[in-house]
Design a protein around this ligand. Sequence first.
Ligand SMILES: [Fe+2]
Length: 253
Amino acid sequence: MRYALISDIHANLPALESVLADARARGAETILHLGDLVGYAPWPDEVVATLAEAGIAGVAGNYDSTVAMDHDNCGCAYEDARQAELAHVGYEWTRANIRPETKRALGDLPFRLDVSPDGGHKSGPRLVLVHGTPTLNTLYWHADRPDAFCLQMARFAGLKAGDVIAFGHTHLPWNREVEGIHFVNTGSVGRPKDGDWRAGYVMLSLGGGKAELEHVRVEYDVERAAVAIFGSELPDEFAEVLRTGGRVRVAAS
Ligand SMILES: [Fe+2]
């Protein structure tokens, strides 16, 4: 089975549209999302509706659950007080502008999704999707986590050799194989932070005893997103984050 794994869209409709077109052109049979559908860009309703219309299932990101549950913050970590302040403006904008049915759809997302490409009547391989880690959707699983951390998470998730666990949340793509288990951070569709502005996702071929994955980057109409952000009450700085792939440093003010 050929999967496209898409994460951290963050209400960026132009990025999502380009990724879906690219994944279909590459022969994706099933597209799955790994959460953080909303926040930071002005299309939360449109992104959730697009996924629903396309039958794309997935899991709850921290942003999705906090918006759905009316938490007072998104459970995100920031490098400084100014970024935290801007992010909170974006969070409150999303809460104030999202449709009730979108909010319900976010609240209905499961924490984890298990997929068995061989139909489940064989013992593996399995694809497990979470947003952050199998224990918490707010925990950041960066590339510098040691193998011991990966294996601890694999044990918690009940994984064995040949299985794949995919996650997002950091907006920084990486992958590693430890004791035959594949760990893959898919990066971010709608708000990459690795200095590459292009939308990121993963193509994964799984089944018949093998797993092959590829990190894909796709150009999209980032200026359409920037103009829409400028025309909304979201902080203008969010447009620069998109244009620079997260490398912009927001000046204190
Ligand atoms: Fe995110």
